[in-house]
Write a protein that binds this ligand. Sequence first.
Ligand code: SAM
Length: 279
Amino acid sequence: MELWYTEEHTPNVRFSIKVKEQVLSVKSPFQQIDVFDSEEFGRFFTLDGAIMLTQHDEFIYHEMIAHVPIATCPAVRSVLVIGGGDGGTVREVARYRTVESIDLVDIDKMVVDVCREHLPFTARGLEDGRVRLHFEDGLKYIRRFTDFYDLIIVDSTDPFGPGEGLFTSEFYGNCFKALTERGILVNQHENPYYANYSHAMRRAHARIKEFFPICRVYQAHIPTYPSGHWLFGFASKKTDPIADMDAAAWNALGIGTRYYNTDLHAGSFMLPNYVKEQL
Ligand code: SAM
């Protein structure tokens, strides 16, 4: 008997992965957490039915969400990751010895516990000595900080359910306040293709632009995310993601990556016309 995991991307589009085994199915106080093994993508986990990451393609998302901002501003010392309880983003940030502190704020401790047990390839990032874990709503956490973080990465679920507050003007305004003068905000920015996601992306981008003088969008191709065309927001107080990125300096660090490189860094900000029109 064949078993398939199916995610609804729109009422008319579904994405299915053949499953070898369902490893876990639990409900936290915030969301349904399921873990599977598959032929094509290895181990993967979902929250409320949406794929969060798969073993075989998570490198794309986690490299792009972490290396683009830090290659742009190597002086980053204090980092805040909101969401990201699987540890993949933290794993990539922790590759920079110059980073001194990494606060991870995830509303759901059960996600961290499940990923530590079943997805060690990303959760191992959480074991770095510079990581401090906080289990609370990122919307509330960020209110407590002024001029404190050099980099804030919002690696959240989509803008409904627990993640909804992380796409509000209040949240982006507090991120601006919490960032230092060289501060950068990067966020997972949904996809430009399907109407429901595109609407969320446009709304988030307009809200970020209310606060940040530099507000750009870059892209990556992620096979298991809706439409495969995924966007990231890049906002900063004064750092330009292309003009200020020193490719030779980043390459001299010798950080081996499977997706990110400094050519792709610049290219990822060159968006298709239909996406530029949305912004
Ligand atoms: N890369 C994935 C994506 O793009 O959809 C996100 C992965 S990560 C697992 C998403 C995390 O955001 C979850 O662990 C969830 O618990 C967390 N989260 C959702 N809403 C949150 C909130 N308001 N504050 C902090 N964490 C939140």
